[in-house]
Design a binder for this molecule. Sequence first.
Ligand SMILES: Cc1ncc(COP(=O)(O)O)c(C=O)c1O
Length: 453
Amino acid sequence: MTLTVDTATPAGDGILRRQRIRESAARTYARSFPIVPVRAHGMTVEGADGRRYLDCLSGAGTLALGHNHPVVLDAIRRTLDSGAPLHLLDLATAEKDDFTTALFESLPREFAERARVHFCGPAGTDAVEAALKLTQTATGRRGALAFTGAYHGMTAGALAVTGSVAVKEPLPGGGEVTRLPYPYPYRCPFGVGGERGAELSAAYTERLLDDPSGGVVPPAAMILEAVQGEGGVVPAPDGWLRAMRRITAERRIPLIVDEVQTGVGRTGAMWAVEHSGILPDAMVLSKAIGGSLPLAVVVYREEYDGWRPGAHTGTFRGNTLAMAAGAATLRYVAANGLVERAALAGARMAARLDGLKGRLPVIGDVRGRGLMLGVELVDPAGEPDGCGALPADPALAVRVREACLERGLIVELGGRHDAVLRLLPPLTITDEQVEAVLDRLADAIEHAARAAA
Ligand SMILES: Cc1ncc(COP(=O)(O)O)c(C=O)c1O
């Protein structure tokens, strides 16, 4: 059964119909999930049709505490009731001061001690632009090193360092970006898989940068994700991240780590860089730092702070409510063991997903870190590549997403072929919810795979 708008109540039906005729053809999630959420609490979203869904998308990883967490609502209400101005460009406020304190307290100490923060327009992509501009100003260079599978946003600079050909193809120009192979054991760019692929990626990067005929003009920065999210939930090995830190440091290339999706406990560490212990030169942060409201910053080593006043400006750089909600979220995550909870619940989910993989041949790979998990769906009848990876099955993935929705589970797709089910539940997920998610997911995959056979 395919879920159509006809199953909604008349109210929801009208909203969906008007959305279809009035909103842009470029809308995305609204196409995958034809529901009209009217209420949400924690991991549960209730639609206008009265149905309830467990939300494993969490605003693409934004909702560390789930929907409408009391601590977040309380921070927003207190700020509203205080009479504080809600919009103040980048003027000093008590809310911004408090958010900055909470943010710096959450960052790796050695990094925070010598860091500056710049408040950006309220989207991850603007903070990526700021980080690129910052390092260009500091180095006097222009190009960037970026990785296959990367996703950094939709504005020009961020798009240039993004890997997806589909989103870049319609646009003229490509920017001065050198694309490097990101380690991906299942679909190894070197065709060898495992740890060897990561070793080759590091060796290739180093040799390319040192090759006088390699075609790479010394760049302004390297930008990477410690776990690629949109790229298909691909975690980089810690050793590879340390190699990238060494390679960039030795060549005086600033290293920008994009923690827009991995930050605030998501991977089982407050910040994903903590797994490897590397200290980047700049960190790009957004999504969860605003406690469900829009907020984005770049935090960087103070010696890079040589850009001029107004070098990266904008009207909405730091929203008072988002700062209050964000500070409350950062402190709640730290004080309530939610980082450890993400590691534990993630390990539990990964173990059950691994078991499922043993049973269901349409699951080619299960991977991730903490509560950032991916299940790559494949065609078991297809021809395996040199590393044994089967062809991705995006059509099956769409059917599984639909079957999940029918079973009251919101799961989005990602990855190179849009064949990876991405699980991003809130860090507050309970053991019962873990089991419910996996029961529904397993049933949906079995159902969709049977229908395809
Ligand atoms: C790693 C990463 N960087 C940047 C972005 C862009 O953030 P935004 O959509 O807020 O512009 C995203 C969005 O998903 C992301 O996952």
